[in-house]
Design a protein around this ligand. Sequence first.
Ligand SMILES: Cc1cc2nc3c(=O)[nH]c(=O)nc-3n(C[C@H](O)[C@H](O)[C@H](O)COP(=O)(O)OP(=O)(O)OC[C@H]3O[C@@H](n4cnc5c(N)ncnc54)[C@H](O)[C@@H]3O)c2cc1C
Length: 461
Amino acid sequence: MNVRFLIIGSGLSGLAAAIRYARFSPDVLLVEKHSRIGGLNSYFYRNGTLIETGLHAVTNFAEPKNKKAPLNQLFRQLKLNRKQIHIHEQIASEVCFTNRESILFSNNFEILHDQIILKFPHAAPGFDNLVSAINAYDPFYLRGFISAKAFLLHYLQDSLLVDMIMCPLMFYGSSIENDMDLGQFVIMFRSIFQEGMFRPHGTIKDFLDLLRHHYEQFGGRILMQSRVTKILHKNRKVSAVELETGEVIQCDRLLSTIGYQETMQLLGRETTDESVNRLGFIESIFQLPISCRHRLPVDRTIIFYNTTDHFLYQRPQSFVDFNSGVICFPSNFQGIEPQNYFEIRSTHLADFFSWKALQSDRDAYLAKKAQAARRSTETIAEIIGNFSDNIVYEDTFTPLTVERFTAKKEGAIYGHPQKFKDGKIGYDNLFLAGTDQGYLGIIGSMLSGVSMVNQHILPAL
Ligand SMILES: Cc1cc2nc3c(=O)[nH]c(=O)nc-3n(C[C@H](O)[C@H](O)[C@H](O)COP(=O)(O)OP(=O)(O)OC[C@H]3O[C@@H](n4cnc5c(N)ncnc54)[C@H](O)[C@@H]3O)c2cc1C
């Protein structure tokens, strides 16, 4: 087979890149190793029920009339109509540093602003200056690493408030420990605090089906259960990919969405990065009957919590760090009709290598997973109330699960700490998009796919 443009990976960056190109030419092929599209943000079935793997909330909420908003720009680039997706806005979310302070925020930025005035009055003028500096900052101008933490401390002069502001942004989009690059911080501050969060109506499957159908309508093709095992290249030019089956597909241009080192491995250019800490997470899903909903918060969409004096966002020493995390109520969005069951999801930082050490002992691995889920329910019960007696179904994904299903090295959702913002990794016709290009999360990865196609692929068409 011979295609003009080939994309490895049908996660959200690959799907968006494929649609963007297919708008101009149908000579595009998406190659995915798994049997479902979506990558990190996909779904599976248990007992006939669809369970989403990733979706807490989509960032970058924007009203349809706000033409310049990233969400609407993305829709335009993909030729998607906002009316095709019904959006449920978050109710309110909270950053809760137990026994210390909590702040609320929603899709109305004034709420966060008022909370700062109320809870951190001494930092309020600094917060206004911080917001002005964020508004003036161009996060897409390529620079070296600038510490977001130092930037925030300069304006706010309050390390608790700095940690509270950084906590949600780190959990939803930082691949580095205990700090963020200022550009990434600005993108995340805008997308979570200034724009806000929502859920598309239905499940992630509905959203993925819409994207796939849209892509196929433009004539784009997709190969499922087709793992790329080699990228064939000579000097700085890629000529083809080889699949697990041995089939070779020639291509003129290649976009890889599977990560930097993962791509280098396919090129036969293994790189080592032992000094680098990739961040793993453990995610538990608890399903409960609707009859218990009134006993748990109905007015909070997501709670980002921390229980210690100093918030640490780093790879834990052992399996899981329960001192901080994210609690998500996927049904607590505006206008979502109650179903028979509802979910609570919890996320904590986890150490890939501790879980990896149990890989060969299935019983011990499963027991540790069950123990981690118990510990998670006990920890978050301190914040939202006890619910463990009412759980009817639960599942837990460790970094090992993420690695197994998406081939993300060490199951690190946000990839390598170093990013390749221009998508270039030393080849004339091979580029990187998605997690390791640098835009994270659902909308971030889709924007990454679109921008890499715009910069590197379409000009050659
Ligand atoms: C538990 C969890 C919760 C999350 N919650 C949210 C959320 O609420 N909001 C949000 O915005 N983001 C969330 N995210 C993050 C978001 O899902 C990711 O940032 C985004 O989906 C990344 O997309 P991607 O295309 O860059 O990478 P991926 O989704 O990793 O896509 C890469 C694809 O490449 C495929 N692949 C890998 N190797 C090969 C190969 N050799 N050959 C062929 N195919 C290959 C993989 O199977 C995968 O489909 C969450 C992630 C997880 C895991």
